[in-house]
Design a protein around this ligand. Structure first.
Ligand code: GRF
Length: 213
């Protein structure tokens, strides 16, 4: 996956990342903001959405970032859809792929061909509450602490090595909306930081543990 060196493209001092979205794109906006503020040394080469109506596409365009709509429904098969994703990411020269509310499961076909590691942000303290409606699952279960996880993507859903986590308290009167909003604040801080640490290199995997140094 990496030999420990920084993830740099051969012709640039700033690594190029690709962001895959399906919706509003608040995490994409956090990444854009972190780059603009000088906290994340990277360039977004392309934002790809599988939905033409994703709000995040407008955020990317407003920031002058190349966008692409690759609708899964227009492809005969999952590998054909994923091959199109891989081709566009490779064309943009990305060395890291960041899922930011991308609502398609990526198969081993994609993961074996992607031009770099794949990261995801998930609104729970994994391994608790994988899958959809993680915040609702947390409330139903009655946990007192919830949070956000950034992890490397592997074929098993929301189960890859954990890069970073942040916790939030669950309040007695929380609703899925109020808990989601509190977790989202942490996602927006955590995801750019985790992207920076993956891009910096100097990490390796020990079993399923993400180890820096
Ligand atoms: C976030 O809660 C993220 O954790 C989950 O999908 C949501 C995406 O939100 N994977 P946004 O599109 O980044 O606003």
């Amino acid at each position: 996956m990496t030999d420990g060196r920084p993830l740099l493209p051969p012709d640039s001092s700033v690594p190029v990342i690709g962001v895959l979205i399906s919706g509003r794109g608040s995490n994409l906006q956090a990444i854009i903001g972190s780059i603009a503020a000088g906290h994340l040394a990277a360039r977004i080469g392309v934002v790809i959405s599988n939905r033409p109506d994703a709000g995040g596409l407008g955020l990317a365009r407003d920031a002058g970032i190349a966008t692409e709509v690759i609708e899964h429904g227009r492809f005969q098969s999952r590998p054909a859809f994923e091959a199109a994703l891989v081709a566009r990411l490779a064309e943009a020269g990305v060395v890291l792929i960041c899922l930011a509310g991308f609502m398609r499961i990526l198969s081993p076909y994609f993961l074996e061909r992607a031009p770099g590691p794949v990261l995801n942000v998930h609104p729970s303290l994994l391994p608790a509450f994988a899958g959809i409606d993680a915040q609702g699952q947390a409330l139903t279960h009655g946990v007192k602490v919830a949070g956000a996880t950034v992890h490397l993507v592997t074929p098993e859903l929301d189960a890859g090595p954990i890069v970073a986590q942040a916790a939030v308290s669950v309040l007695a009167d929380d609703t899925p909306a109020s808990l989601s909003a509190r977790i989202l604040v942490q996602e927006h801080r955590l995801y750019p930081e985790a992207i920076a640490s993956v891009l910096a290199g100097g990490w390796h995997l020990e079993g399923r543990r993400f180890v820096v140094g």
